[in-house]
Design a protein around this ligand. Sequence first.
Ligand code: NAG
Ligand code: NAG
Ligand code: NAG
Ligand code: NAG
Ligand code: NAG
Length: 496
Amino acid sequence: MTPQPLLTDKNAPIVIVGAGIFGLSSAIHLAQRGFENITVFDKQPYHETLYDFDRGCDAASADCNKIIRAAYGHETWYQNLTFEAIQNWTAWNDSLARGDDLPPGMTTKDRIYVNCGNYHIGDEKGMNGFEDLSVKNITAAGYGHTQYLLTDPRDVARARRDGLNAAIDPFNLLHKGQGRLSGHLDMVGGFVYADKACRFALHKAQSLGVKFILDPTAGQFSSFIEENGAVTGIKTSDGKTHRAAVVILACGGWTPTLLPELDGLCETTAGSVAMIQIPEGSPLRERFSPDRFPVWHYKMRGGANGSLYGFPIDERGVMKLGYRGTKYTNPTLATTSDKKTTIRSTPITAYTRPSIHTLPAKSIQVIRGFLDKYLPELGAANLKITTTRLCWYTDSFDNHFVIDSVPGKAGVIVATGGSGHAFKFLPIIGRFVADRVEGRESDMLERFFKWRSLNPGEKPHNFIMQGKDSPNSLLNVRMSDERDLDLGDEGYRAKL
Ligand SMILES: *[C@@H]1O[C@H](CO)[C@@H](O)[C@H](O)[C@H]1NC(C)=O
Ligand SMILES: *[C@@H]1O[C@H](CO)[C@@H](O)[C@H](O)[C@H]1NC(C)=O
Ligand SMILES: *[C@@H]1O[C@H](CO)[C@@H](O)[C@H](O)[C@H]1NC(C)=O
Ligand SMILES: *[C@@H]1O[C@H](CO)[C@@H](O)[C@H](O)[C@H]1NC(C)=O
Ligand SMILES: *[C@@H]1O[C@H](CO)[C@@H](O)[C@H](O)[C@H]1NC(C)=O
């Protein structure tokens, strides 16, 4: 079936709710296609708070850094999209370095993308199935020279010739324990500074004529305006109405709450993030700098005791680690669109509930278990986990994004379901939203991003909607305490 355009009039008003990566990218791509009347709403005053988590920005997009990796196992469509996005990330870097049209507060010294590579390690021998497929498929795409199997002396010699001495042994394995290298190094990608990437994209959208209303009241979505069975605009919390020919809902972890139709397709879940401030003057600043230290992945797709990742330090000397081996929910009593009562997970963050200033004990146990084994110098330097954060994503049951019209809500497109892996696509993901708006055919939209439901008997990638009895519900997990965060605490280590 040929898709129908939702909009042909380039002057018709388009409303985008959400200024995270889905909303920003949609705005850019629609503006690039000539749409002239686009307004983005968000309750966060990002032009002042600059996507900084420490300044109250609690959306998943607002972060210090996010991973760029093309390693996607058999999912070579995402691998391809990553290669494409990396071209744009590099171009954005170059544009900053040249100083053309700098976003407010940014200078030519800022960089967005750092190609420090991705180091993968697991406890088991060799690569797991996912990693093995990733290496094979990246190699098949012509990037074999970027892949180094560190158990193979020829690859190690090649890495040394390529100047990757530090990156092949980020955990000093040669000089401790087993005394030999392990894991593999994938020099495609690395990370982007997430807050700067969003500021860059926001500025780019503004330069293309997109309007932004970023305000806790005037920018906050309150309801749809519906007429004759179709959505014709939105109402914001200041009571104002905003007419729209198309409303694009891209509210990250808040999307299922605003659009109950997503029940069963998407659920809001939390990843765990821990930050360690490395003091100024410490030799660890050099040791963990992005010029020497890669992004790392520990037991990727490795279940509850794995799926851990970490970054080199940022410009403030902060090392960030993330854990997604357990995806937590915050089940809340809610109503469905047909007014029935249900349980739906909604974000709670340190900014919406101040008591949430710590992580579940399980997250800390996995993070500390890893650090004690692989980076014991942090504990030896008596460092602490200085900040923690629950980072709320929207998972779909199959881990694919959702970019489609909403059944029963004519005039609304949803762009969500990032499932914790969308940020790297910031420069390109809006293309699919624009394709939907214009009714253009797209293989990715048809195969993966369309509105869908779990088929009977189909095994989901993410077991969502498990309700309040789920062992991963925050109602049922034990939270960590202060002492757990002290990496130098021998007593805690003994307990592990
Ligand atoms: C990925 O890109 C390669 C090279 O352009 C192409 O041959 C292949 O069909 C693409 N794969 C997918 C799944 O899109
Ligand atoms: C991404 O790169 C392509 C190819 O250079 C370019 O046409 C496109 O405008 C870029 N997109 C963005 C959002 O910068
Ligand atoms: C990003 O830009 C900086 C500054 O120009 C440069 O040093 C760095 O090599 C660039 N990185 C990539 C991956 O292009
Ligand atoms: C990925 O690599 C595996 C193993 O070499 C191969 O069987 C598969 O066809 C590749 N996938 C794609 C889409 O190229
Ligand atoms: C994870 O580790 C814990 C504690 O060491 C252990 O009890 C549990 O069985 C492990 N879970 C999995 C899924 O391997």
